[in-house]
Design a protein around this ligand. Structure first.
Ligand code: HEC
Ligand code: HEC
Ligand code: HEC
Ligand code: HEC
Ligand code: HEC
Length: 370
C-alpha cells in the first residue's frame, strides 16, 4: 500500500520533528494536510489515553522522592523506558539510573529506532517471547513483576498449613495483560504441582495480538470488529464460546466474564474461611490499598477505614494461603483477562479454591475445571 507507506514516512518525519528540541513547524514536514490531520488525530488519541495522563498515580507516585527508582523506571517514566531500550548506546534490558518524574509514555517510547527493533521480551518467569513486532513494547510494561516461580521460591519447603512469619504478600503488579495472555507458558499465576495450564490464547488471526485489538494510541478496543464473529452481543463481557458452568452457580447463560467473576467470589470466600479457621486471623481484601490483604480485625468481611492501613497488613500467611491469595490478585489485576486468556484464569481460580477446600469447608459441588 504505497499510500500507507508515504503516510508513514511523513508521519515519521513529523514525529521526529515533535521529538527534536528545535521549533520546526510541523507543516513544513508534510505538504499533505490529510496526512497532517491524521497525525493530529493520533496525537489527540494519545493525549486522552492512560499513557498520556500526567495526573495518573502511575506517573506521580514518586513525586515526593523527586525521581523514579531504577526498578520502577522502565515502565513508569519515558526516560526510564528509553534507558531500558538502550538508546544513546546504553546497555539494553536494564535501567541504570533513576528517571524523571511526571514523564508519561510519549511518542518516543514506542517510536525510537530501538523500540521499532525490539522483538523479544523476557517475562518475570524468565520465559522469552520472540517475534513480538509492534507488541514488544506493550509486553515489556504489561507483564507484571512476579511469577509462579516467585511464589514457589518464597514458600520453598515450608509446611503448607503452618503460619510462617517470614512470608509477606507477593503482588504480581498491575495491568498484567501480556503475561496473562501467555497463560501456562508465561507462568504469571501460581501453578499448582501436578496440574496442566492452558498455554497462550491464540484466539483467532486478526485478534491475536495487543495492537490487533488495542489501537496503540488511544489504547481503546474497537468492538465492532469483534461483533462480526461474536454476534448478538453489545458488551464484550457477554461473549461466551465455552458452555461449561465453571463457577457452579447453575447458570451458563451470561458471558465467560460472569464465570470468572463467580469463581473469584468463591475464591474470596474460601480465602476468608481458611484464614479464620486455619491461619487463625480473619483476612480481607481492600481494592486500591497496598498490600491489599489486611487483618479483618472486626471480622465483618469488609476492610474499611483504619483497617486498610499498612501496619494492619495481613501477616499470618501460610504457604497455601499465600498461593491462593496470589492467584486471586492475578485474576483481579487483569480486568481484560476474560478476553486475554479466560481458560487460564479459570484454571488458576479453580485450583486455588480446590487447594483451600482440602482444608476447610467450601462449597465446591458445582464447579468445573475448564
Ligand atoms: C514491568 C513494568 C513495571 C514495573 C517494573 C513497575 N510497574 Fe508499576 N505499573 C505497571 C503498569 C503497566 C501499571 C498500570 C496498570 C494499569 O493501570 O492498568 C502500573 C501501576 C502502578 C501503580 C498504580 C497502581 C494503581 O492502583 O493505580 C503504582 C503505585 C505502581 N505501579 C508502583 C510501582 C513501583 C513502586 C514499582 C517499582 C518498585 C513499579 N510500579 C514497577 C508496570 C510496572
Ligand atoms: C505505546 C506505544 C505507542 C506510543 C506511546 C505511540 N505510538 Fe504511534 N504507533 C504504535 C504502534 C504499535 C503503531 C503501529 C505500528 C505497526 O502496526 O506496525 C503506531 C503507529 C503510528 C503511526 C502510523 C499510523 C497509525 O496510526 O498506525 C503514527 C503516525 C504514529 N504511530 C505516531 C505516533 C505519535 C505522534 C505518538 C505520540 C503522540 C505515538 N505514535 C505514540 C505505538 C505507539
Ligand atoms: C513504558 C511502559 C508502557 C508501554 C510501552 C505500554 N504501556 Fe500500556 N500502560 C502503562 C502504564 C504505566 C499504564 C497506566 C497509565 C495510567 O494509569 O494512566 C498503562 C495503561 C494501559 C492501558 C489502560 C489500562 C487501564 O487501567 O485502563 C492499556 C489498555 C494499555 N496500557 C495497553 C498498552 C498497549 C496495547 C501497549 C503497546 C502498544 C502499551 N500499553 C504499551 C505502561 C506501558
Ligand atoms: C482479542 C482482543 C484483545 C487482545 C489480543 C488484547 N486485548 Fe487487552 N483488552 C481487550 C478488551 C476487550 C479489554 C477490555 C476488557 C473490559 O474492560 O471489560 C482489554 C483490557 C486490557 C487492559 C486493561 C484495561 C483496564 O480496564 O484495566 C490492558 C492493560 C490490556 N488490555 C492490555 C493488553 C496488552 C498489553 C495486550 C497484548 C499482550 C492485549 N491487551 C491483548 C482486548 C484485547
Ligand atoms: C474472526 C472471528 C473472531 C473475531 C473477529 C473475534 N473473535 Fe473472539 N473468539 C472467536 C473464536 C473462534 C473463539 C474461541 C477460541 C478458542 O476458544 O480457542 C473466541 C473466543 C473469545 C472469547 C472467550 C470466550 C470463552 O467462552 O472462552 C472472548 C471473551 C472473545 N473471543 C472476545 C473477543 C473480542 C473482545 C473481540 C474483538 C476485540 C473478538 N473476540 C474478536 C472468534 C472471533
Amino acid at each position: 500500500m504505497p499510500l500507507f507507506h508515504s503516510f508513514r514516512k511523513a508521519a515519521a518525519a513529523a514525529v521526529i520533528a515533535l521529538l527534536s528540541t528545535g521549533p520546526t513547524p510541523l507543516a513544513a514536514q508534510s505538504e499533505d494536510t490529510a496526512e497532517l490531520d491524521a497525525l493530529v488525530a493520533v496525537i489527540e488519541a494519545w493525549r486522552h489515553s492512560p499513557h498520556g495522563d500526567y495526573a495518573s498515580e502511575s506517573f506521580t507516585h514518586w513525586n515526593e522522592d523527586g525521581a523514579v527508582p531504577e526498578n520502577c523506571a522502565a515502565c513508569h517514566s519515558q526516560p526510564g523506558f528509553l534507558d531500558f531500550l538502550g538508546t544513546d548506546g546504553r546497555e539494553a534490558g536494564v535501567v541504570n539510573h533513576p528517571a524523571a518524574i511526571n514523564a508519561v509514555i510519549g511518542c518516543a517510547s514506542c517510536h525510537v529506532e530501538e523500540a521499532h527493533a525490539l522483538d523479544a521480551v523476557t517475562l518475570p518467569s524468565g520465559v522469552v517471547l520472540d517475534g513480538l513486532g509492534p507488541n514488544a513494547t506493550c509486553t515489556v510494561c504489561h507483564a507484571g513483576r512476579t511469577s509462579s516461580d516467585s511464589v514457589s521460591a518464597a514458600v520453598d519447603t515450608l509446611p503448607a498449613d503452618t503460619v510462617a512469619p517470614e512470608l509477606g504478600f507477593i503482588n504480581v503488579h498491575y495491568g498484567i495483560a501480556a503475561a496473562v495472555m501467555e497463560g501456562g507458558d508465561g507462568r504469571a499465576g501460581f501453578h499448582y504441582p501436578g496440574q496442566d495450564y492452558a498455554g497462550a490464547f491464540g484466539h483467532v488471526p486478526g485478534a491475536d495480538t495487543c495492537v490487533a485489538c488495542h489501537e496503540p494510541h488511544s489504547t481503546e478496543v474497537a468492538l465492532d470488529g469483534c461483533l462480526s464473529c461474536h454476534r448478538g452481543v453489545e458488551d464484550p463481557r457477554d461473549i461466551r464460546m465455552q458452555n461449561g458452568d465453571f463457577d457452579g452457580d447453575g447458570d451458563n447463560s451470561g458471558g465467560i466474564h460472569a464465570e470468572i467473576m463467580g469463581l473469584q467470589a468463591l475464591l474470596y470466600e474460601a480465602i476468608r474461611t481458611y484464614a479464620a479457621e486455619v491461619a487463625g486471623t480473619p483476612i480481607g481484601y481492600a481494592e486500591g490499598s497496598y498490600p491489599y490483604f489486611f487483618a479483618d480485625s472486626d471480622g465483618d468481611g469488609a476492610i474499611a477505614g483504619d483497617e486498610a492501613a499498612f501496619p494492619n497488613r495481613y501477616q499470618s500467611w501460610t504457604p497455601r494461603l499465600l498461593q491462593a491469595a496470589y492467584n486471586y490478585q492475578v485474576a483481579l489485576q487483569d480486568p481484560g483477562g476474560y478476553v486475554h486468556n479466560p481458560t487460564y484464569l479459570m484454571q488458576l481460580l479453580h485450583d486455588s479454591i480446590e487447594s483451600l477446600a482440602s482444608q476447610v469447608a467450601v462449597d465446591t459441588a458445582g464447579i468445573a475445571r475448564p
